[in-house]
Write a protein that binds this ligand. Structure first.
Ligand code: URA
Length: 242
């Protein structure tokens, strides 16, 4: 993909966008051996040989990080063979090829991180780091604390015992309950299956927290970039150095 030269230089970490423009105007930048002094020039960073003061710019892709408040009815894979809406449809202005960090079911809403930083993605999903995810579930039935304790202790599912969960009853009445549950595993449909195992059908499910991040200030279907501070915290949680 072609991009403006000053953008490529700044994304390579050489200088700010403004400083990169100045470098171009000063004749310090060469593309495929030719000096470029105009600012409008676009090149493909993966194909062109770009040098600043004779030093080659690496074509490494800039990493981007987004927090999305996923609505129901969007699937979390990058492409769907059945033509359903995907979470990427909600970030259509993002040029980089990003991927969701883990998955939420089509009918689950809430917090989803998307990035093109494979190392961070792998770290956050690795069982070793036990990254915590918190959900609020609206369930059928009014389970008592004895039943909820079974979730707290770990419950047998067809793919084995779950790790102990943190469970908090938020509301109960009229044959329904709202329960907050925090887990660090990421098995397929895990929360729904855990509640099914105590006889409660999940009617609605929302992820409200992931790796310490919350949905605060991000409306349904909206997204924002992560801040540098949030990113450092994620790197630490994923066992990575910045
Ligand atoms: N657990 C589920 O059952 N569904 C999700 O989408 C996430 C966790």
């Amino acid at each position: 993909m072609q991009e403006r030269l000053q953008k490529i230089i700044s994304q390579a970490g050489v200088a700010s966008r403004r400083a990169a423009e100045k470098m171009i105007q000063e004749g310090r930048v060469k593309v495929n051996g030719k000096t470029v002094t105009e600012l409008g020039v676009k090149v493909d960073p993966l194909l062109a040989d770009i040098r600043v003061d004779g030093k080659k710019i690496s074509a490494r892709q800039r990493h981007v990080y987004f927090l999305l408040n996923k609505p129901k009815g969007y699937i979390s894979t990058a492409k769907d063979e059945r033509g359903r809406s995907t979470v990427l449809d909600l970030l259509s202005e993002v040029k980089e090829r990003i991927y969701p960090v883990g998955r939420l079911d089509n009918n689950t809403e809430g917090l989803l991180i998307l990035t093109n930083d494979g190392a961070l993605m792998n770290g956050l999903l690795h069982p070793k780091y036990e990254v915590e995810k918190t959900y609020v579930a609206r369930i059928a039935g009014e389970p008592d604390e004895v039943l909820l304790d079974r979730l707290r202790q770990g419950i047998r599912l067809e793919d084995g015992m779950t790790a102990p969960a943190k469970v908090r009853l938020l509301e109960q009445g009229g044959g329904q309950s709202r329960v907050e549950i925090s887990i660090h595993e990421g098995r397929n449909r895990q929360v729904r299956r855990m509640f099914a195992a105590i006889g409660s059908d999940v009617k609605a499910l929302k992820r409200v927290k992931f790796a310490g991040l919350t949905l605060e200030g991000v409306g349904r279907g909206k997204h924002r970039e992560l801040t540098a501070k949030e990113l450092s915290a994620l790197y630490r949680l994923a066992g990575l150095k910045e």
